[in-house]
Write a protein that binds this ligand. Structure first.
Ligand code: CA2
Length: 146
């Protein structure tokens, strides 16, 4: 059976491709979901895609993944830099976790340099644009097939 992967996007990422293209590019979140769904089929992965502007929604999604998913790709948006609660939820998940940022957070304001999620992530991608989600999926495919 295909390993199931959950992609999670946090606050404001529903606006992808509609604002600040200089930072986040021109692809919409629907474009990202379509690209990732096509790649997942090639990699033999079963993909679920979720976005929420609410911390609790993201935490509920991580909890649901505990029993069903082998891996998570998460772009927690600004919660990356603030949310101990999302870190705690990820610490209850036993599969692989890849943290993905569209922009290079290390080239930006100092407050974006720290990530709570990185304390749990098995890998971190930043600054590869929306292509980063596909790189994360490729890495998960390697990890879950051992
Ligand atoms: O680079 C990333 O992917 C971020 O996770 C994006 C977050 C930011 O707070 C992190 O520091 C880095 C912000 C997401 C906002 O997304 C937008 C997309 C398009 C237009 C406006 C906001």
């Amino acid at each position: 059976m295909a390993a199931r992967i959950q992609i999670i996007n946090g606050p404001n990422l529903n606006l992808l491709g509609k604002r600040q293209p200089d930072i986040y590019g021109h692809e919409t979140l629907d474009d990202v979901a379509a690209d990732c769904t096509a790649l997942a089929a090639d990699l033999g992965l079963d993909l679920q895609f979720y976005q929420s502007n609410h911390e609790g929604g993201i935490i509920d999604c991580i909890h649901a993944a505990r029993d069903t998913c082998a891996g998570i790709v998460i772009n927690p948006g600004a919660y990356t830099h603030t949310s101990v609660a999302i870190l705690d939820a990820l610490n209850t998940f036993e599969g692989f976790v890849i943290e993905c940022h569209i922009s290079n957070v290390h080239k930006r304001e100092r407050f974006r340099h720290h990530s709570y999620v990185s304390l749990r992530a098995d890998g971190v991608i930043a600054g590869f644009g929306t292509e980063g989600y596909q790189l994360a999926l490729r890495r998960l495919a390697t990890l879950v097939t051992g």
